[in-house]
Write a protein that binds this ligand. Structure first.
Ligand SMILES: [Zn+2]
Length: 408
């Protein structure tokens, strides 16, 4: 096994460093890491059909929340059902992207000793994506995506139904978060009726975990030549759309999951950043998503325009994406999560003068196309998908009512 690992010992936040230093660190993303592969009861894939491992970074820095920054091995599952991918680090999650049936993929994890676990069905999560006008790869529909928890495994294997093609597979070590600096309380709208002070809720609500708080490695937004992979674009807010991540509800380290999603979106999908504008965990902690500047105001510029994320294919500009961490196909959001969703959507609705109870006509600033939709809705209101899960979707009408009461 040959490894060329990048060990980045600098603890300073990249945004606190001069541009030259940020660029130097960004370029490290391009170093190649080569890991060996081993078969477990199956023949190794030959050179024919194998896709070379992609550039990857391993970093051992401490994150702002006290845990390690994410480190990553990226590898293509060139031959599902035959090839076993092994890593030299414990895997937090395996990110998968595929075309074909959303239910046509299975995965099994490999432990430290090379012993495979049971095959598990992979559930496709939110099919978030860049808009076709801004994506480097043009497509008419986004592929299926999933983030499968790996519980510190050291490898994985993928099997698929006929007609399914795995586009990308990535093993992610997102580190552990620790408790130092972790936001402990749910985000609540400040200056709001809920707090007894009257008036519309202010934005941002109290308690939002900014990118530095959850350990976003800002170098991942830059290319080797120090330019932003996806430069920020801002536009007038028109809608708020709720998603779910289809990850387990009993997540022991939601901040690590946010980092893993960031890794999958920014690097594996090559979007240059996390696709959502906000994420909320079961404790009600709200996480800042897509980068919008360094002023501490999430998702917006100084003119209160919203940064374009990558979450609702063809309807991203002006559409604020909020992802609930977990799978809400059958379970409703927890009480703290729901309270934070209400508080966040109320403060956004007040800021942008949106009525959570009404419909809007969304007009894409890039394509000019107009489409009717809800001011506060779910991903499935805009496209054919199960996101944000049936239980969360059914609960949205009550969320709208509660948010509207706070705004009025
Ligand atoms: Zn979604």
């Amino acid at each position: 096994m040959t490894e060329l690992m990048v060990n980045n010992a600098n603890n300073a936040h990249p945004l606190h460093q001069p541009p030259a230093e940020r660029g130097r660190r960004a370029s490290r993303r391009r170093f190649l890491t080569v890991f060996g592969t081993a078969a477990v009861g199956m023949p190794l894939l030959g050179a024919c059909g194998a896709v070379p491992d992609r550039p990857a970074v391993a970093a051992d820095r401490k994150g702002p929340m006290g845990g390690a920054q994410p480190r990553v091995q990226a590898s293509q599952a060139a031959s599902p059902g035959r090839e076993v991918k092994r890593t030299s680090f414990p895997i937090t999650a395996v990110g998968l992207t595929w075309t074909g049936s959303p239910r046509g993929v299975r995965l099994r994890l490999i432990d430290r000793n090379g012993k495979p676990g049971a095959w598990q069905k992979v559930t496709a999560g939110c099919p978030c994506a860049k808009d076709p006008e801004t994506a480097r790869t043009k497509s008419t529909t986004p592929p299926n995506r999933a983030l499968v928890p790996a519980h510190g495994s050291y490898g994985y294997q993928v099997d698929v139904d006929s007609g399914v093609k795995v586009i990308d597979a990535i093993a992610i070590d997102a580190g552990t978060s620790g408790t130092k600096g972790r936001p402990a309380t749910a985000a609540t709208p400040s200056n709001s009726a809920a707090s007894g002070t009257g008036g519309a809720p202010a934005f941002p609500p109290a308690g939002v975990a900014l990118r530095a708080d959850w350990g976003a490695d800002e170098t991942k937004r830059f290319t080797a030549d120090s330019s932003e992979s996806s430069p920020t674009r801002f536009t007038r807010a028109q809608a708020i759309t709720v998603h779910h991540t289809a990850t387990p509800l009993d997540d022991p380290d939601p901040a690590a999951t946010v980092r893993a999603i960031y890794e999958q979106h920014a690097v594996s999908n090559d979007w240059g950043d996390i696709g959502y504008n906000f994420l909320i965990d079961r404790q009600g902690v709200v996480y800042e998503g897509r980068f919008s500047g360094t002023d501490g105001i999430p998702a917006h510029n100084a003119r209160d325009e919203v940064v374009t994320g990558f979450h609702t294919f063809a309807f991203n500009p002006g559409n604020i994406g909020i992802a609930l961490l977990g799978d809400f196909s059958k379970e409703k959001p927890s009480t703290p999560m729901r309270a934070s969703l209400v508080g966040l959507t109320a403060s956004l609705a007040a800021l942008h003068k949106l009525d959570p109870l009404t419909g809007i006509t969304y007009t894409s600033p890039t394509s000019g196309k107009s489409t009717p939709g809800p001011a506060l809705g779910g991903h499935r209101d805009w496209t054919s998908t199960e996101c944000p899960g049936s239980a969360a979707y059914l609960d949205l009408s009550a969320v709208r009512e509660s948010a509207a009461k706070l705004v009025r």
